[in-house]
Design a protein around this ligand. Structure first.
Ligand code: FEO
Ligand code: CA
Ligand code: CA
Length: 742
């Protein structure tokens, strides 16, 4: 089991979904792929210009100096680093103030009762309350009066927010928790509550003394794991999307395990479905109809039978809803075809879903052109008129891939208010690419298309492009993409177009000859570390952050160069210099980077958030501010992975390309959360003077046996006393009114 399981989903097998199901054996050294552009040549091209005053407009539209820095990025980190710690507190630097904005269960309107928070709040009421496990989010400015969009407004906006998962023991009464959650049939109202606590919130927030939720707003709404959604793009209407709910294969119910997010240049929100696979009950592979169905299930969901993470397919008394509200969580084949059972229901999850915050009546649209996998997030390159719209996306599971989407249509600023109609134009018609990171520091984006001979010839037997998009992991296997150490958030530096992708950790990254979980995953240049963290964790327990520069700084390029911006580590990591490669100190050491986001208001300011289980004996999860420099600002590094007892082999040396070492001026801890939480999700007002940050699942390591003993809860944050802990959005401002991070 992964570390992630215990830290993220303590009562559920759902966390297994981030464990590797990639048996492709792909390596970045695959001979089928030529590194057509050597790193050395590209370095000349990118950086061979005389240093000094040369400036250019690059293809991403950014004004840059020849060294890639912004001519105006004089911003400096100005706060005192927050110390590591394990107190049940949210700590920020001196001179900053945090305000609680939106907690699990908070009502969205004035008719929903206040949250009692003892498990008695009704299942139905969660359709009008904050869901659980707040995650990715984005602020969209709203005009000061009226109902129109004004993306520049800093004092009134719509906050869109994901509710990724649940801490189940805190949703139900002590008596219900004490009775246990059976692996068989479950109480219907408990299932309904859990379904409704997932999904997305849209809330209007207004600035007074601080921000608060306007409970009178007609924009306020919830999408849950039961809400109607439209399936859009090339896979809509495909045979693999047909269900009893939609024989046309164009609609489904629910968005699920919404992790990170994205935004569009036309002012809509993207919510990304991550660990959805575990929620489904499935039968053993042997009873599936075809080898192809078995291959798809094994690659995405895993083999073997299961009741699904939470048993939603098994209500007491069976599904009497008449509309398959519970049967839809069972993808076993029981009927004559896909109109008679929900064998295809899982094919309707795993997508990027577009929501127009300003159009409550529009159904969310699942954008199938962007591929189906464990979507962490989808963040855009800067939109440039006359150029394609580009998104970067991580597939969060061990040894999965990094993807890119490039629209076929070129950006027309006239579409800036186009809502979901603009989405149809840019997100339903494009090219899906997967990344291969070569040992020499170059890389290739390979388009996943049925016309690629390697995909057409794959043993799986792709039927058409819809099949390629629905099963794009299998297509990516076929073209030799590089398995990574669990890709999480990706974002683009608005100053220079560099792309950053967090790789949170990987317990099944091994040295050659070491099989972990039944497979051998060798080290490579982009995933170069294998070590023992001193507490028995092997592989890459602390994670790293990889950085891409597209060829010609063109987001639509099909080649790129990469380096490793930063390696996570404990600062005193056992005297092994190949662990703390980035020279982290007490003021900026961290483990398991997950959230990563660039301020749009403060050029070059990047935030890093952690979802960690390796360094939590010393510190709760945290958020750091970074001024990350440029691709190529470091150099080649030989990482010597010392042999560890479980690996009888010798030391292994891998050459990678590391960014410049961190310093207190370029990386500094800004926030440490309460006990048992993950820090995830961040957005800002357009002036950069307030940030919104999500504190997810404080106290999640509380055991079910302690639910009746508040003194034994791991956390009582944010309400204190004997309260159950709650996932919460906080607003952070600087007391002198300055930019956050200054
Ligand atoms: Fe939901 Fe990859 O974190
Ligand atoms: Ca995450
Ligand atoms: Ca530790």
């Amino acid at each position: 089991m992964s570390e992630h399981l215990t830290k993220h989903h303590p009562d559920s097998p759902n966390g297994c979904d981030d464990v590797s199901k990639n048996e492709s054996g792909n390596t970045p050294f695959a001979s089928i792929l030529d590194a057509r552009l050597s790193r050395r040549n590209l370095l000349k091209g990118s950086f061979g210009l005389a240093a000094g005053s040369f400036m250019s407009i690059n293809l991403s539209g950014c004004l840059t100096n020849s060294d890639g820095t912004s001519p105006d990025n004089s911003f400096k980190l100005g706060f005192t680093a927050v110390a590591k710690g394990t107190e049940d507190l949210l700590r920020v630097p001196a001179g900053y103030t945090t305000t609680v904005l939106y907690r699990l269960g908070d009502p969205l309107n004035t008719t929903t009762p206040a949250f009692v928070n003892d498990g008695t709040d009704s299942a139905a009421s969660y359709q009008f309350r904050a869901g659980d496990h707040h995650d990715g989010m984005a602020y969209f400015g709203l005009s000061s009066s009226g109902l129109s969009k004004d993306l520049s407004n800093t004092s009134r906006g719509l906050l869109c927010m994901n509710h990724e998962n649940i801490t189940r023991i805190f949703l139900h009464t002590a008596a219900e928790v004490g009775a246990g959650f059976p692996s068989g049939a479950r109480v219907v109202s408990q299932i309904d509550k859990e379904v409704n606590a997932h999904g997305v919130s849209v809330i209007e927030v207004v600035k007074g003394a601080s921000f608060s939720v306007n409970k009178l707003s007609g924009f306020n709404r919830r999408y849950t794991a039961a809400s109607e959604m439209t399936i859009s793009g090339p896979a809509a209407g495909d045979d693999l999307m047909v269900t009893p709910y939609s024989n046309a294969g164009t609609a489904t119910r629910g968005t699920l395990n919404n992790c990170a997010n994205g935004v569009t240049p036309w002012g809509t929100y993207l919510t990304c479905e991550e660990n959805w696979a575990g929620y489904f009950k499935r039968q053993t592979s042997a009873s599936l109809a075809t080898a192809k169905e078995t291959a798809a299930q094994n690659r995405y969901i895993g083999s073997g039978s299961s009741n699904g993470s939470y048993g939603w397919a098994n209500p007491v008394g069976g599904d009497t809803s008449g509309v398959g509200l519970y049967d839809r969580w069972d993808i076993s084949q029981s009927g004559a075809d896909s109109t008679a059972d929900y064998r295809n229901a899982a094919n309707t999850m795993g997508w990027v879903v577009e929501i127009d915050p300003f159009a409550p009546g529009d159904l969310p649209r699942k954008r199938t052109a962007m591929g189906r996998f464990g979507h962490e997030g989808a963040m855009p390159a800067k939109a440039v008129a006359g150029r394609p719209i580009v998104y970067y996306m991580g597939d969060d599971a061990q040894n999965e891939y990094i993807f890119k989407y490039v629209s076929n249509a070129n950006w027309d600023p006239a579409d800036a208010n186009g809502g979901l109609t603009a989405g149809n134009k840019y997100l339903d018609d494009g090219k899906l690419y997967v990344a291969t990171l070569n040992a020499d520091g170059s890389g290739t984006w390979t388009e996943l298309t049925i016309t690629n001979p390697l995909i057409a010839a794959a043993a799986y037997g792709f039927a058409d492009q819809a099949d390629v998009l629905i099963n794009c992991r299998i297509a990516a296997d076929a073209v030799g993409a590089t398995p990574m150490d669990r890709p999480e958030w990706a974002d683009v530096n608005p100053v220079n177009g560099d792309i950053y992708v967090t790789l949170t950790n990987n317990s099944s990254r091994g040295t050659t000859g070491l099989s972990t979980g039944g497979k051998s995953k060798g080290l490579d240049a982009a995933n170069p570390r294998y070590y023992d963290d001193g507490e028995g964790r092997l592989g890459n327990p602390n994670g790293h952050i990889v950085r891409f520069r597209e060829t010609g700084s063109n987001p639509a390029a099909t080649t790129f160069n990469w380096d490793v911006y930063l390696f996570g580590a404990e600062n005193d990591q056992f005297g092994n210099p190949s662990i703390n490669i980035s020279s982290l100190t007490n003021d900026n050491d961290f483990s398991s980077p997950d959230g990563l986001w660039f301020s749009q208001a403060v050029p070059g300011l990047m935030w890093i958030q952690t979802d960690d289980g390796a360094y939590t004996d010393v510190t709760n999860c945290m958020m750091l501010a970074a001024l990350p420099g440029n691709y190529g600002d470091g150099g080649a590094v030989n990482v010597t992975n010392l042999a560890v007892p479980s690996n009888a082999g010798a030391d292994q040396t891998v050459t990678t390309y590391a960014g410049k070492a961190a310093t207190p001026a370029t990386l500094r801890r800004f926030l440490v959360g309460p006990k048992g939480c993950e820090i995830t999700g961040i957005t800002e007002t357009p002036d950069g003077k307030a940030i919104f940050v999500n504190i997810q699942h404080p106290g999640e390591n509380t055991s079910a046996a302690n639910i009746g003993i508040p003194a034994n809860f791991e956390s009582h944050w944010p309400d204190g006393g004997t309260a159950r802990p709650r996932s919460t959005t906080v607003v952070i401002t600087k007391n002198d009114g300055g930019l956050i991070g200054s």
